[in-house]
Design a binder for this molecule. Structure first.
Ligand SMILES: *[C@@H]1O[C@H](CO)[C@@H](O)[C@H](O)[C@H]1NC(C)=O
Ligand SMILES: *[C@@H]1O[C@H](CO)[C@@H](O)[C@H](O)[C@H]1NC(C)=O
Ligand SMILES: *[C@@H]1O[C@H](CO)[C@@H](O)[C@H](O)[C@H]1NC(C)=O
Length: 490
């Protein structure tokens, strides 16, 4: 029980009373000041909105910063173009005679800038060929770098230093340094398109990881794999140049050029900005499955061209890549982009990989399956283990009837307002007992597509395709383009 006496009670009453007075008074002042605060804020915001409506029409500013930055608005900078890029291609003198053929496919004489960095001088090619490849340079000697790696890492050090050596050339009007190997194929328009998204005045390290989960674990998921190519913005390359040699010395156990770059990027605190249109191609066999279900992003590069099978059947590797040049010219942004549609009458699923191949499947496959790469390739350990890829894949076909009829690009035409690409079948399909229309009746697929120079200026979305009526025997005519309002794949 409480044993409080009277005096105490009085005291506490008195105390309570004065508390209440204080509370009332302070509440009053609080109310007054709050009112004033709201009033003045409202007034200020209001007058702000009246005076200068433009900068933030949708979001009234909560407070006014009186020290408004008075620098004039930035002049919208000129878009990055091919002249702003300097390529640094790591090459070996021993393989140059053969590998230069890959570079000649994508190098644009008098337009692209850059150098091929060799380990020693090569026999002079015919002068007529000089402008078809980048300028040849010999890397500086790296024998003074210490190495703890039993396999030796001089090659890695040499290639890694191409960035610094290129910076030291002091070329003008450079925004990006792009590294690649002598067996890397670039789609330069798409490279430019991707780099246009980024401010070259900031620090950027752009590329992507490997198709091999083990490779990514062994090196780093934060590393841009060098063969797939990567881009370093100008100021970052300058910062790297200042510290690269010291940085390399700190990692004598590292073996390859790209992990040395990544180690230095980590020291500079610059993360990898992933752009998945770069392709390292750490796989074996046929990359058809990867290309035919290309992610919805521009195709920027392909690597390991000597290792994987030719991308078109029955032709040499260089000749196969050569075939992509036509579609690349008429609609580079659309190259390899997939669209999925159905021949409803015949119950076929059709997948177009524009400029490359068209597949016809018996039966209806949903979009989420079709956009998954089919495992036509083996992983980096030459095993058919689907857990080795850091992305989802699907089997190429579960039974003979589901094996797609693949039509490969055979001809292209860039007309005034549209492109026409033709695809034919060059490999037989197994017999199938299903009682349904046989895609073998189709000899040629014709795809009509309007080039879309703004494809990547919009939010990424897969194109739509539509089967067109035709009287031509053995022909499938397909229209590919931006999806119409309310058009979905179903
Ligand atoms: C690229 O832009 C620069 C301006 O920064 C311009 O001088 C040059 O002519 C452009 N090059 C091409 C190939 O458009
Ligand atoms: C490139 O420039 C050189 C000299 O400047 C010229 O002789 C050559 O024809 C040009 N090549 C192309 C493909 O424009
Ligand atoms: C191409 O498109 C433009 C604009 O849409 C049109 O005016 C022109 O007639 C078209 N040309 C042809 C050959 O279809």
């Amino acid at each position: 029980m409480s044993t409080m006496n009277n005096k105490n009670l009085k005291d506490s009453e008195h105390l309570h009373f004065s508390w209440t007075i204080t509370k009332l008074l302070s509440s009053f002042f609080l109310l007054v000041s709050l009112f004033y605060l709201f009033y003045s804020l409202g007034f200020l915001t209001h007058s702000y909105n009246c005076a200068q409506k433009k900068p933030y029409p949708y979001y009234p500013l909560p407070t006014i910063n009186h020290n408004v930055n008075t620098t004039p608005p930035q002049v919208p900078f000129e878009k990055t173009n091919i002249s702003h890029i300097v390529f640094g291609i790591g090459a070996s003198s021993r393989l140059w005679a053969h590998r230069k053929e890959f570079i000649k496919l994508w190098w644009r004489p008098n337009e692209t800038r850059g150098n091929v960095w060799l380990d020693q001088p090569v026999e002079k090619t015919e002068p007529s060929e000089d402008h078809l490849v980048p300028t040849l340079k010999i890397s500086s000697d790296v024998s003074n770098f210490k190495s703890k790696n039993p396999r030796g890492n001089r090659l890695g050090i040499r290639i890694s230093r191409i960035v610094s050596e290129t910076v030291r050339l002091g070329m003008e009007n450079v925004r990006w340094f792009v590294m690649g190997d002598d067996d890397t194929f670039f789609v330069t328009e798409n490279l430019v398109k991707v780099l246009q998204k980024y401010d070259h005045n900031e620090f950027y390290y752009i590329g992507t990881s490997s198709e091999s989960h083990m490779q990514n674990i062994h090196f780093s998921y934060n590393m841009a794999f060098g063969g797939g190519g990567f881009a370093i913005s100008y100021p970052l390359a300058v910062a790297l140049e200042r510290m690269q040699d010291r940085c390399i010395e700190r990692y004598p156990a590292l073996f390859t050029s790209d992990d040395m770059i990544q180690a230095c990027m980590a020291e500079l605190g610059v993360p990898l900005t992933k752009e998945i249109g770069f392709h390292q191609f750490d796989v074996h066999g046929n990359v058809f499955g990867l290309l035919a279900a290309h992610p919805i992003t521009p195709l920027v590069s392909m690597h390991h061209l000597d290792l994987v099978e030719p991308i078109f059947p029955n032709v040499e590797r260089v000749e196969a890549l050569q075939r992509l040049i036509g579609p690349m010219k008429v609609d580079p942004y659309g190259l390899m982009q997939q669209s999925i549609c159905y021949d409803k009458a015949r119950h076929w699923t059709i997948s177009v990989s524009w400029g490359y191949a068209v597949q016809i499947f018996r039966g209806v496959f949903v979009a989420r399956d079709m956009e998954m790469p089919a495992r036509t390739f083996l992983n980096w350990d030459r095993r058919a283990d689907y857990t080795g890829f850091p992305f989802n894949t699907r089997p190429f076909s579960r039974n003979v009837c589901q094996k797609p009829f693949v039509f490969y690009l055979s001809a292209y035409d860039g007309l005034v307002n549209h492109t026409l690409t033709e695809y034919i079948r060059v490999q037989p399909n197994p017999d199938c007992k299903w009682k349904m229309p046989d895609p073998a009746q189709i000899q040629i697929v014709k795809v009509i597509k309007k080039p879309d120079p703004h494809l990547w200026d919009k939010s990424p979305r897969r194109n739509c395709c539509r089967v067109q009526p035709t009287n031509e025997e053995g022909t499938l005519v397909i229209d590919v383009g931006e999806c119409r309002k309310d058009e979905i794949v179903e």
